[in-house]
Each structure stands twice: as structure tokens, then as C-alpha cells.
Design a protein around this ligand. Structure first.
Ligand SMILES: Cc1cc2nc3c(=O)[nH]c(=O)nc-3n(C[C@H](O)[C@H](O)[C@H](O)COP(=O)(O)OP(=O)(O)OC[C@H]3O[C@@H](n4cnc5c(N)ncnc54)[C@H](O)[C@@H]3O)c2cc1C
Length: 415
């Protein structure tokens, strides 16, 4: 086990190339804030920003960006310490070695530094709307032909409520930029309002217990889900913000509340080719409507996002086309029944021909009946989903960078 906590320095900006170089143990949140103080932003960020940036890139972590892809797509240079202690700096010119390192799942060496593309931290408009099941399906059909219209769109779909909150983040015209300046000062603090509601209150602990009760014990799943959706809506208040503040992120307190309420829970996330998204989600809704899987088991909304076809490495999820991601939180395993029949049904749908989904490396496994990320069967799974040729190219890059197999996990890469 190796910790990267002390690799915590952001090394600098190259304004002419529009890049930032950082050590790999830096928290994504700290990099975003450091850039914002200098009027720059990462063009796309995940909802969760308290992981290390090295871990985020290792697993092709993403937000919702058709244009920019994932964090792995933004990387232009990777410095990696190899098993023999030597240091390699990999760029596009290194072909498959760079392509392997972009989404390395920790099996090539220790990534110590990363360089990312950045953009000016412009003022943008964040919108909040709502969509019914039918409207969501219409939109997914539209996304098949006009994917760019879904740049930075997030859906928060609540199964018990049969509706989604929709966050949009749109660019402003130069004139609008000028006029919007005065309004942009609130920044992420505005969207922190919901979190502060908990933090500042002397009732903080009781409130957390209320949240817990609402998630797990409230007999009405609709009531619990409404509560959670309201919380989300407050967390993504519409308005004009700097880009770094407008992209939806999980607040620190939101994480604390979830952890204190549940301790442990699993997240499953599936990437579906964009041209299958409509049929896949339609089938999901049919399962819900026929009660094959239970809407009320999903009190926390699904997070639905879009990621473009940009390069994100050999093992990347977006190779060959844009993707639609479905993220589901499962609280049953550790907090309720010990096993979620509803989640199992969804896993089967995701693995079916209708969805042909791939599992995000940063989340729980498709095969594990209970939880867990990498299982023995995942190597076969990755081989099947990326294709044998690509998988072999990854193994070959692993062999070049780590001939002794020191970083091989014995699952994906044989020792
Ligand atoms: C609450 C929560 C919300 C999340 N939300 C999102 C989201 O919105 N979008 C999304 O795409 N993902 C999301 N994720 C997934 C998350 O981004 C990934 O699991 C990420 O890999 C976690 O980073 P970490 O720093 O915790 O890394 P770890 O879990 O410690 O490591 C993950 C993998 O990366 C490797 N690794 C880490 N650092 C290095 C390094 N320096 N060099 C080489 N290998 C390394 C490890 O060996 C391991 O294989 C979420 C996760 C959580 C827990």
C-alpha cells in the first residue's frame, strides 16, 4: 500500500500552453480552487472532488462533458516512477505508453505528476429544470443526433418521484459576460448554502439523524426522495457563476452527512454508448413500471451524465464514441437488507445487449454480487469490453513500463 498524500504541491501554470502541472496526491478540490484564484478552471470536473487527482485520472473519472471528455482526456503529460526507481515523463509522442498511463488503474507505476489542459474561468449560466420520464427519454433520443447540446448537462433522476432535476451550464455571449460580471461574485459559496444549513445549525447532529431517518426509515420513499431532491436543488441553485463554481460538485458536508448516516454504501456506475442510451433507459423505466425492480429502493437520485469520445487511454470508457453514464447509489447492502434485488435486476439489464454497459473503474463491480471493485472475473470483463487487441496493447505497455511485474495486480495484469 502506498499513500500519495505528501505529493500535495501544485507546480505551476503554463499560460501560453493553457496547462497546469500538479503532483498526483493533490485533492481535485484543491486544484480547482488553486486555479480559480488565478482565473482558470478545469473544463470538466467530477461531482465528487475530494479524491486525489492521480486516483481520478487512474480510473478515467469524469463529470458531464461531451466536448472535453473525462479528466483522463484532459491530461497532456504524465510523470511516473517505475518499479526500478527510474522516472519517465510520458506524452502523446510516447504512443501506447501514454495511452496506457492515461487510465492506468494503478498497475503501471506511481504517477507523481500530471499536466492538464485548462480554460479561462469565465462566467457561465447555471440552469435548473425538471424532466418527467417521458421528457428524459425524448431528450436521450435527441442526444443520439445532437450530442453537443448535452455539454455539461446533469440529470438527477429520482425513481420514486419519476422525475429528474436537470442542471445545465451554458456559455454566455461576450456582451452577457460583461453584464453578468457583477452577479458572479457569489461563486460556489452560494451553492454551499444547503450545506451550511447543516453546518451552522446547533441542531447539526439531530438534523443528520433526520436525514438518516428520511433516507432509511421514512415509510414513504416519495417523501424521503422529495427531501433529497430539494437538497440537491438547493445545492445547484441557478444563476451566473464562474465556471469553477457552476459545475455541480458534492459539498464536503454532503459527504460527511452521507458517511455519518450510512457509514458505507456502494456506488455502481455504468457507461452506455450514447446511441444505446435511450433504449437502455427506456428498458430501465419498464422494469420499474412492471415492479420487476422497486423504485422505492432508490431514494437517492441517480446521477446521469454525458462524456464525449475524446481520447482517455487504452482502457478508457469513451473509446470509439460518446457515452452516457448512469450512477446509482446502493445503501441496501450495508444498511438494510444486506442484498439488493433491485440493484441485481439493474446490473443484469446493464450487462444485457440492450445496454451493453461498461463499469466505471472507480466504482463497484458489475459481477460482485454484494460489492467490491476488482474481482478475479473483472480481468475477463475488461478484456471483453475493451476488445482483445486493445487489452493486449495495454498489457504490452505494462510489460514495457513494469517488466518485473511489481505493480501488476495479478488480476488485470498477471504477475
Ligand atoms: C463519493 C464518491 C463519489 C464519486 N463521484 C465520482 C464522479 O462524480 N465521477 C467519477 O467519474 N467518479 C467518481 N467517483 C470515483 C472516484 O473518482 C474514483 O474512485 C477515484 O479513483 C478515487 O480516487 P482516490 O484518490 O480515492 O484513489 P484510490 O481509490 O486510492 O485509487 C484508485 C485507483 O487509482 C490508483 N492510483 C491512485 N493514485 C495513483 C497514483 N498516484 N499513481 C498510480 N495509480 C494511482 C490506485 O492504485 C487504484 O487502482 C466517486 C467516488 C466516490 C467515493
Amino acid at each position: 500500500m502506498m499513500a500519495t498524500l505528501q505529493l500535495d504541491r501544485i507546480l505551476g501554470l503554463d499560460k501560453s500552453k493553457m496547462t497546469v502541472t500538479t503532483q498526483a496526491g493533490v485533492k481535485t478540490r484543491n486544484l480547482i480552487d488553486w486555479l480559480a484564484r488565478r482565473e482558470y478552471a478545469l473544463p470538466t470536473i467530477p461531482y465528487y472532488i475530494d479524491q486525489s487527482i492521480g486516483g481520478a485520472v487512474a480510473t478515467a473519472t469524469h463529470g458531464s462533458s461531451i466536448f472535453w471528455g473525462s479528466l483522463s482526456s484532459l491530461v497532456t503529460e504524465i510523470k511516473i516512477v517505475l518499479a526500478d526507481g527510474s522516472v519517465r515523463t510520458l506524452t502523446e509522442a510516447d504512443g501506447d505508453l501514454f495511452a496506457a498511463a492515461r487510465c492506468n488503474v494503478g498497475v503501471l507505476g506511481v504517477v507523481v505528476e500530471l499536466t492538464f489542459m485548462i480554460v479561462p474561468n469565465k462566467i457561465v449560466r447555471r440552469g435548473l429544470g425538471y424532466a418527467s420520464d417521458a421528457h428524459l427519454l425524448t431528450e436521450l433520443k435527441k442526444a443520439e443526433h445532437d450530442s453537443l447540446a448535452f455539454e455539461r448537462v446533469h440529470y438527477w433522476y429520482s425513481p420514486p418521484l419519476k422525475m429528474a432535476a436537470v442542471t445545465t451550464v451554458d456559455n454566455l455571449s461576450p456582451l452577457e459576460q460583461h453584464e453578468a460580471k457583477a452577479m458572479a461574485s457569489l461563486g460556489r459559496e452560494a451553492s454551499d448554502w444547503y450545506s451550511r444549513l447543516f453546518a451552522d445549525s446547533p441542531l447539526e447532529k439531530p438534523l443528520q439523524r433526520v436525514v438518516l431517518a428520511n433516507y432509511l426509515k421514512t415509510p414513504s420513499a416519495k417523501e424521503a426522495a422529495t427531501n433529497i431532491m430539494l437538497g440537491h436543488a438547493m445545492n445547484i441553485l441557478p444563476g451566473t457563476y464562474k465556471l469553477s463554481d457552476a459545475l455541480p460538485v458534492q459539498q464536503v458536508l454532503e459527504t460527511d452527512i452521507l458517511l455519518s448516516a450510512f457509514g458505507r454504501y456502494d456506488q455502481y456506475e455504468y457507461a452506455v454508448a450514447l446511441d444505446k442510451a435511450h433504449d437502455c433507459v427506456k428498458s430501465l423505466f419498464e422494469l420499474f413500471d412492471r415492479n420487476v425492480t422497486n423504485r422505492d429502493d432508490f431514494r437517492v437520485p441517480f446521477c446521469l451524465r454525458f462524456v464525449g469520445p475524446n481520447h482517455e487511454g487504452l482502457l478508457g470508457m469513451s473509446r470509439g464514441g460518446s457515452r452516457f453514464y448512469l450512477n446509482m447509489d446502493n445503501y441496501d447492502v450495508y444498511n438494510r437488507h444486506g442484498f439488493s434485488q433491485s440493484m441485481q435486476v439493474i446490473k443484469d439489464l446493464m450487462a444485457s445487449d440492450t445496454c451493453q454497459a461498461r463499469v466505471h473503474y472507480g466504482k463497484a463491480s458489475i459481477y460482485s454480487p454484494v460489492s467490491g471493485a476488482w474481482t478475479k472475473r473483472d480481468a475477463q470483463y475488461v478484456k471483453d469490453t475493451v476488445g482483445v487487441d486493445i487489452f493486449e496493447r495495454f498489457l504490452s505497455a505494462a510489460k514495457t513500463l513494469d517488466p518485473s511485474g511489481k505493480f501488476a495486480d495479478g488480476v488485470l495484469v498477471p504477475k
